[in-house]
Design a protein around this ligand. Sequence first.
Ligand code: G6P
Length: 365
Amino acid sequence: ARVDKDGYKHFMAKEIAEQPSVLANALSAYVTEHGIALPDPGIDFSKIDRLTMVACGTAFYACFTAKYWFEQLAGMPVEVDVASEFRYREPPITKGTAALFVSQSGETADTLAALRYCQGKADKIFSVVNVSESSIARESDLALPIHAGAEIGVASTKAFTCQLNVLLLLALKAAVERGRMTQDRLEDILEGLRAMPGTFNAALDRDADFSSISSRLAESRDVLFLGRGLMYPLALEGALKLKEISYIHAEAYASGELKHGPIALIDQHMPVVVFAPKDSLFEKTVSNMQEVMARGGKVVLITDAAGAEAAGEDVWRTVVLPAVPEVLSPLLYALPAQLLAYHTAVAKGTDVDQPRNLAKSVTVE
Ligand code: G6P
């Protein structure tokens, strides 16, 4: 079926805006009133020693986020890597390894090659894809669709949130099978997840805040993104989105690494976007933020109401998002990563949906 922009200026804008409904749809497929209803991945996570996750680009950052979930919720050893490195490194795949490949298109050449490398070595090969009739889906023992619908914008948006959704559900399933999660805690998390489409809608109401900040980001040569814990992969995704479509040099650091290098770059010309809901690591991130502000750096803080209050008055710009349970924050903070990049690109007048030199699906090495 032909997909059109439905009155939006760009496919990317449409795909950002439709996340609440797409997420609701994905949730109706995988979460019922009785709990998680994923198709049986054919894996007993209590019998698996290690999970290896491989992908490229935005899908890789979904895997990196999932590493935190699998480790923290399920106590599961996890390795993540970009496919182009993994495939040539000759990583030993020991018995007891499940290999998981994440790809929107299901056709990315490096990811497919990494999957083939694992065939005959891993106990189980499964994938999380958007296109169910893709090579990666076909060559997996089981492919879980993310139900994002066709994604046209080259920079991935709704596919990322839907990848996170499926990966979180897998991590929760692993946590249950490994005896690491009570039914009550699971129910709490699922409750928060069911509410996520509404939460996302509330966050979309902050659109004007993002566009006003972006008009300033558009004047910058470099932007630094910081995050800690679950927010570190989101900071990486924010930097990726910004460079992909606005062509502004952006990089992301784990907040705690600031003092080991990037702090040397900080001056009044360097906006520093900090993703920091008021979670268990918030105090630590705030002290990193103060190190930035003490050197004249302009901090853009993306947080919740409690975080905004605790952060003090020296922050250059703050956007307040709804508060969500810590474990669900990556889903919500995908939105600022997308909206900052989108509005910055619009302010600069770059080609949002078809950025130069990039392809939607990279089917050659
Ligand atoms: C390209 C796209 C990205 C995407 C990456 C991986 O670089 O421009 O948006 O994240 O490929 O694609 P995949 O289809 O494997 O998720």
